[in-house]
Write a protein that binds this ligand. Structure first.
Ligand code: PEP
Ligand code: MG
Length: 958
């Protein structure tokens, strides 16, 4: 993103005219290697199309789209011309801001800049400024106002305690753009202040984007710290913006008018009491912007010219943003919106002119505001622009033919046979315009009620706690008063129930996604899911008829509420077009024990309903309409594998010793301390990987040393003397912690994650190590560090652990690293001299070796840990470790791949750590093997050229 700083500014230059000024600016951009010399021609061409004069003595020259390829690097350079340069039409420029931008990254800068415009006359100050600091201060504009409007008031919210209420307040502030991820957590760490009459106050200045105040009340009176809780003010504090409001609130409370808040029934009365932004009852119209570079100067000018032709006020704001919006007549204010393609502009106008100006503005935006526009993909058009909105993901590809064999990603083990039930999002056509707000409201209420009842039935029918929770969240979303209020406002604008509902859901979901918070992004999927259900009801679309016998559910991806269909009695298997082994669908399927194959490609969505499918969840294979012999063989296979599973389970406590007497340890991968006892019960000889980030994620805020100690002690107690291998916190990049905000990264898998992050925040690592050492109390503890790339990282982490062991002695402690990056495997001979053990994380090792994102929707099927390149790295690691008398485990998913087990045994791996449900099978597989033959097999595999060849080899002779 572009930011302003003093190094970009040249003071006190002069230019005879505009071309001379442009040449100076272009020189500066070229000198700083932001652009190639050809960019000057683009700047001149742009001025020829229309002046870049912005107002207030400022111009923003930049190139044309055709000269974007001349930009090396996005940036800005500013030149002050105290004597002024005539920019045409007598408009004098004292500050020229030359922009080099390849895309619309500069919009954010314009937004910042233009906030300063319109506030008094800036030109003389820019002209007289003596130092770059003065220019930056002038451009950064006036202090921001406190946001307080109806969107920030949540009355009668269904919550159970103070923390939930706080979360709701923080959510409103986030939704209004006042706060970002991490705000709720910092708010929770503050000291709540009782204001009397059950009212409380909390504030934070962490993760605040702009100042705002939210007020939330619980649906029923609650208690907090022995006092009543009737309402909570949450302040996103920035500067002095809230001072006036705070004084007003104190006056009201002193005057004994607390009931205005504690008993408030409408947001309007709260706003009136506080002097906030009372919503104007002006007609509104919303329309999605499709211009590829957002609302930049040229299209903004078209809009402002339309508004200028009307005598009366016309305002616009980004849909979902707080406040009354800005005047459409002001070019600078329009630019300050920073509107991007896909965002909805919400226009409002004085009633006297609304009937004419709103349709004119809407038509102009739809026509591209003077630019040619690419239509928006349907998912982006929350407020569909045409006469009828269409939501469809119907398959375009051709269905695979009978007998076809599809190779996709194995997501949940088992063999399933049954008719296909293909669920593709239906085509939903609906009118934009409604038949009157009252009628549309009735239709919507009826649909909401019906969907609510459907979901209630699902809640009652579901025994899995995590699935019930998804539905309960959906019910809460259906009842969300803020959502209802926003939809009602759209109905008031004349929209149909479908258009109002779909538009608001899309706006809300996009806002959640924009927050770069993994948990909130999941809520966006839930919102869209519930949105689709209600929309389908409104459009009268029925779900396809379920076959009588158990069927294979075929979908694009399994949406959260689709778990309803995943009744083990009804659904024999799951097949999805998209997704990898770690996709939502795969996780749910594994929880339920339903065989699943994911990422099979769009063509499966074109299968005819009822086509018989044979699904092999162990190998990621699908057979379309298989012939009789293939079916019969699959049935035999299924029987055999069930019998095998039963036998393995009966012998789960037997050790994993090969026929020729070579013993391996088989351990459990766990993520929650409470899972340990079950893992031991399933035959686990140790915990081979405790993913402590999952323990952290189980807590609403970072667990302190005592909390962590209790968690780790619980694991060690349940292990009853068996070893515990713990991985220190592995977060960052793709694994965010909600209460540990981290900047978004372009390549999170190559960014600040694992040990890199821990070493940047050593206090967190130190607390964790202390908790581990204290919990061990003489029991065997092995600590390993994730994502180690080199010796320095290992040594820093080890030194910290050794220093702490001086304070908290522990005899049976081993320190090691996860081998997850090729550099660690390649350096194994060096590292092996210093570590006590290695544990190979094949999930990441495969990702980094093959350069395939492990979650990639279409490529992850190729991220196969049996690739000879990965096997070679495993072999090198084992060899180096054994040369120094150290042990090696494998704790990635490869360890429970039955085809991989003989190879890992043959490569000399000492421990396999797998999900508890796989322990018995892995042990049984080891017991079938011969160590010396496995060594031979492994040697052969290392000489092959592909994962497929390795799999074929093991299938043949393993
Ligand atoms: C791995 O990368 O193989 C591993 C076990 O770690 P995670 O899957 O937790 O990244
Ligand atoms: Mg990993």
């Amino acid at each position: 993103m572009l930011e302003l700083n003093v190094t970009q500014i040249q003071m006190g230059r002069s230019a005879a005219d505009k071309p001379a000024a442009l040449a100076l600016l272009a020189d500066r951009l070229v000198h700083d290697d932001l652009v190639a010399p050809g960019y000057l021609a683009g700047m001149q061409a742009r001025e020829a199309q229309g002046s870049t004069y912005l107002g207030q003595g400022i111009a923003i020259p930049h190139g044309t789209p055709e000269t974007r390829d001349q930009v090396h690097c996005t940036g800005v350079r500013l030149i002050q011309f105290p004597e002024g340069v005539d920019w045409g039409n007598g408009q004098m420029v004292y500050l020229a801001i030359a922009i080099a931008a390849r895309s619309d990254e500069h919009l954010r800068l314009l937004q910042l800049l233009t906030r300063a415009l319109g506030e008094g006359d800036l030109a003389p100050a820019l002209r007289e400024a003596q130092a770059p600091e003065a220019i930056v201060a002038l451009l950064q504009g006036a202090p921001q106002e406190l946001a307080l409007d109806s969107q920030l008031i949540g009355l009668g919210v269904a919550v159970e305690d103070f923390d939930e209420l706080l979360w709701q307040g923080a959510r409103l502030l986030k939704k209004a753009g006042c706060a970002e991820s991490g705000f709720a957590n910092s708010l929770a760490q503050g000291q709540p202040l009782p204001l009397g009459n059950g009212l409380w106050w909390l504030h934070s200045d962490q993760a605040v984007l702009s100042p705002g105040l939210a007020f939330v009340t619980p649906a029923q009176p609650l208690d907090y710290r022995g006092q009543p809780l009737t309402g909570l003010f949450c302040l996103a504090s920035l500067g002095e913006a809230h001072r006036q409001l705070l004084e007003r609130l104190c006056d009201l409370l002193i005057e004994g008018r607390a009931a205005a808040f504690s008993q408030a029934t409408s947001s309007r009365s709260v706003l009136e009491a506080l002097g906030g932004e009372v919503p104007a009852d002006w007609p509104m119209r919303a329309v999605v912007l499709a211009n590829s570079h957002g609302l930049h100067a040229r299209p903004a000018k078209v809009l402002s010219e339309i508004a200028l032709a009307f005598a009366g006020e016309v305002r616009v704001r980004l849909a979902g943003e707080a406040g009354p919006g800005v005047s459409v007549k002001s070019l600078s204010k329009l630019l300050a919106l920073g509107a991007r393609r896909g965002q909805a502009l919400q226009f409002s106008a004085e009633p006297a002119i609304a009937g004419e100006v709103l349709p004119a503005l809407e038509a102009a935006v739809l026509a591209g505001l003077g630019e040619s526009i690419e239509p928006l993909p349907l998912a982006e058009t929350g407020l569909s622009a045409g006469a009828a909105a269409t939501v469809s993901a119907a398959a375009k590809a051709q269905a695979p033919a009978a007998g076809a064999r599809l190779q996709a990603v194995a997501a949940a083990p088992g063999i399933a046979i049954g008719p296909a039930l293909v669920r593709v999002p239906p085509l939903l056509d609906y009118p934009q315009q409604g038949q009157g707000a009252t009628l549309e409201q009735q239709r919507l209420s009826a649909a909401l009620e019906q969907v609510g009842a459907d979901i209630q039935r699902l809640v009652e029918a579901t025994s899995e706690a995590n699935i019930r929770e998804i539905f309960i969240t959906h019910q809460a979303m259906l009842r969300d008063p803020a959502l209802a209020e926003d939809v009602t406002a759209r109905l008031g604008e004349g929209l149909s129930a479908e258009a109002a509902w779909a538009g608001e859901i899309e706006v809300a979901a996009s806002q959640q996604e924009a927050l770069h918070d993994a948990l909130l992004a999941e809520r966006a999927a839930d919102l869209r899911d519930i949105g689709r259900r209600v929309l389908a009801r409104l459009c009268g679309v029925e779900a396809p008829h379920e076959p009588d016998e158990p069927y294979i559910l075929v979908m694009d991806e399994v949406a959260p509420s689709d778990v309803a269909s995943l009744d083990r009695q009804r659904v024999a298997g799951i097949l999805t077009a998209r997704g990898g082994a770690t996709a939502h669908s795969a996780i749910i399927a594994r929880t339920l024990g339903i065989p699943a194959v994911v990422g099979a490609g769009e063509a499966v969505l074109a299968l005819a309903q009822g086509t018989v499918l044979l699904l092999d969840g162990d190998h990621g294979l699908v057979r379309v309409a298989p012939d009789q012999p293939t079916l019969a063989q699959a049935l035999r296979q299924r029987e055999a594998s069930e019998a095998r599973r039963e036998r393995a389970h009966a012998e789960r406590m037997q050790p994993a010793v090969t026929r020729d007497g070579h013993r391996l340890e088989v351990a459990a991968n766990i993520g929650a301390s409470g899972d340990t006892a079950a893992a031991v019960e399933l035959g686990g000889e140790a915990v081979g990987l405790l993913r402590t980030e999952l323990v952290f994620m189980d807590h609403p805020q970072a667990p302190n040393q005592a909390t962590q100690e209790a968690e780790y002690r619980r694991v060690l107690d349940a292990l009853d003397g068996r070893p515990l291998v713990v991985r220190t916190l592995d977060v960052g990049g793709d694994k965010p912690l909600p209460y540990w905000p981290m900047p978004a990264e372009a390549n999170p898998f190559l960014g600040v994650r694992g040990i890199r992050l821990s070493l940047q925040r050593p206090e967190i690592l130190e607390t964790q190590l202390r908790a581990l050492l204290a919990a061990a109390e003489g029991r065997p503890l092995r600590i390993m560090f994730p994502m180690v790339c080199g010796v320095e990282e290992w040594r820093s982490a080890r030194d910290m652990a050794l220093r702490l062991r001086e304070e908290i002695p522990l005899a049976d402690l081993q320190l090691g690293i996860m081998v997850e990056v090729p550099s660690a495997a390649l350096l194994a001979p060096v590292l092996a001299c210093e570590v006590d053990f290695f544990s190979i994380g094949t999930n990441d090792l495969t990702q980094y070796t093959l350069a395939i994102d492990r979650d990639h929707p279409t490529l992850s099927a190729q991220a196969d840990g049996l690739h000879p390149a990965v096997l070679r790295l495993i072999g090198m690691t084992v060899e180096a470790a054994h040369a120094q008398g150290k042990w090696v485990g494998v704790c990635g998913e490869l360890a429970c791949d039955m085809l991989a087990v003989p190879l890992l045994v043959g490569l000399g791996v000492d421990e396999l750590s797998v999900s508890p449900r796989s322990i018995a099978l892995v042990k049984a597989r080891v017991r079938e093997l011969d160590f010396s033959q496995s060594q031979l097999l492994a040697r052969q595999a290392l000489g092959l050229d592909s994962a497929a060849a390795v799999r074929a080899l093991v299938e043949e002779i393993g």
